[in-house]
Design a protein around this ligand. Structure first.
Ligand code: ATP
Ligand code: MG
Length: 432
């Protein structure tokens, strides 16, 4: 009997152990698998011993885990792809939620506003202190319509920038507004060009107004008083002639500038012999210089006698420089036209012993319409375009200009041109 009881108890124990092995241990295994998965880790194994039920659950969990891993990888890939694209954008990009909190910014935005990645989640006003941006976002969210605006910013260690802002709302699949996207586009250059253009139009109008009003005044005088004496008539006609000449010169200079600035300035390159060009120039200008009792000296170093350039344009450079030297040098002065070799370049210069240019004006004399001595320049009929034409031609040839001057002592304007002609293609910079 005792043996029978012992046998039954032993049988029960064995059955319990088997039961535990088949049902309890595998479910513990499932618990461990789930604990790993909850931490985002891959369990050591999905293979369990025991009953078919928990074993199948483990295999299903393995499939689930693999699918989840794939999905996660795809999400990460597309997120990093999108952020690569966003960061490649030149424009600043900002995404905010309906509470005006930052949800996404790109690198350009961070540079523009000194923002950092941990600014995500912060209210927009704390990152961009200018309330105009926050207001624009508010208007976009409220109206649902795209909004535009402008903003002036000075990023660290940079020039002030002018940004064009454009904001649109973001909607989810259900059509509910979830936030707004704003782009910050740099329009500083555009603004500057526009300002230069407006200045230019204002300057041209101003230059045209003086001679035109003088001409109109004299025409009215002649119409009002037909009995004007012959002497007076001659004087009036002479003044009218001078001013109409001035108008003609202004229009010529403007046309030259327009052509030089056009996308196809059309350089006619040839091998120019400087000594011959200088000799022709001396013949053309000799009389003007003698009339004003100015001496003209010419010098050309033998190692730069040949240069590849547009001869007519080269002549235009020298004419403009000689014209200035003639205008701004008192009788008895000396003018020197010279060509020297400087490495791969030729330095063409015109020096005079004239009135000179104040130091403060020197950096600006190549700008359009800039005159250092307004009264004197106007007296000679100058419009301040000559040196900007010189600079343009130099740049078209791949060269540059320099100016040195000492007040009341004299001036040297130098044009540096590559001997071999312009490198291809030449980009000219606008000299405003
Ligand atoms: P334009 O050449 O259109 O007839 P301009 O001579 O006044 O007019 P630029 O040749 O562009 O204009 O010269 C700009 C300014 O630089 C002049 O108004 C003058 O004040 C100054 N300048 C140029 N060359 C000399 C020079 N050799 N000596 C003194 N001042 C000069
Ligand atoms: Mg001039």
């Amino acid at each position: 009997m005792t043996w029978l009881c012992f046998g039954i108890v032993l049988g029960l124990i064995v059955a319990l152990v088997r039961l535990r092995q088949k049902w309890i241990v595998p479910w513990r295994g499932i618990e461990q698998i789930l604990a790993h998965m909850a931490r985002g880790e891959r369990p050591r194994t999905f293979l369990l011993e025991g009953a078919a039920g928990p074993r199948n659950v483990a295999l299903a969990l393995e499939q689930f885990f693999d699918r989840q891993t794939q999905l996660d990888r795809r999400i990460t890939e597309s997120a990093s792809g999108a952020s690569t694209v966003f960061n490649a954008l030149q424009d600043g990009l900002l995404v905010v939620d309906t509470g005006h909190r930052l949800t996404l910014v790109n690198r350009s935005f961070e540079t523009l506003f000194g923002a950092r990645t941990d600014d995500l989640g912060r209210p927009l006003l704390e990152v961009i202190r200018d309330p105009a941006v926050d207001r624009l976002i508010g208007e976009t969210l409220a109206s649902g319509a795209p909004q535009r605006g402008e903003l002036a910013v000075t990023a660290a260690h940079q020039q002030p920038l002018c940004l064009q802002l454009s904001a649109v709302v973001v909607k989810n699949e259900a059509g509910l507004t979830t936030g707004a996207v704003m782009l910050f586009h740099d329009i500083t250059q555009l603004k500057q060009t526009d300002e230069i253009r407006r200045d230019f139009v204002a300057n041209v109008s101003h230059e045209l107004r003086t001679p035109l009003s003088i001409l109109r005044g004299y025409i009215e005088t002649l119409l009002d008083d037909p009995s004007t004496s012959l002497d007076e008539l001659v004087r009036i006609l002479e003044v009218m002639n001078r001013h109409s000449n001035r108008l003609g010169l202004l229009v010529d200079d403007l046309l030259t500038l327009a052509q030089l600035e056009s996308s196809n300035p059309n350089l006619q390159l040839s091998d120019v012999r400087l000594t011959e060009l200088f000799a022709a120039i001396v013949r053309d200008w000799g009389k003007k210089f003698t009339e004003k009792r100015l001496s003209l000296e010419v010098g050309s170093a033998p190692d730069c006698s040949l240069i590849r350039a547009d001869e007519t344009r080269l002549q235009e450079i020298i004419y403009n420089l000689l014209d200035n030297a003639l205008k701004y040098t008192a009788p008895g002065g000396k003018i020197r036209l010279q060509a020297e070799r400087r490495g791969k370049e030729v330095a063409l210069s015109v020096s005079d012993t004239g009135v000179g240019i104040p130091e403060a004006d020197l950096p600006r004399i190549f700008e359009r319409f800039y005159r250092a001595d307004k009264a004197r320049s106007r007296e000679f009929g100058g419009t301040g375009l000559g040196l900007s034409i010189v600079k343009h031609i130099a740049q078209m040839h791949g060269g540059q200009v320099e100016a040195e001057s000492v007040l009341r002592r004299g001036t040297t304007i130098r044009v540096l041109l590559p001997i071999q002609g312009p490198p291809d293609p030449v980009v000219t910079e606008s000299s405003h």
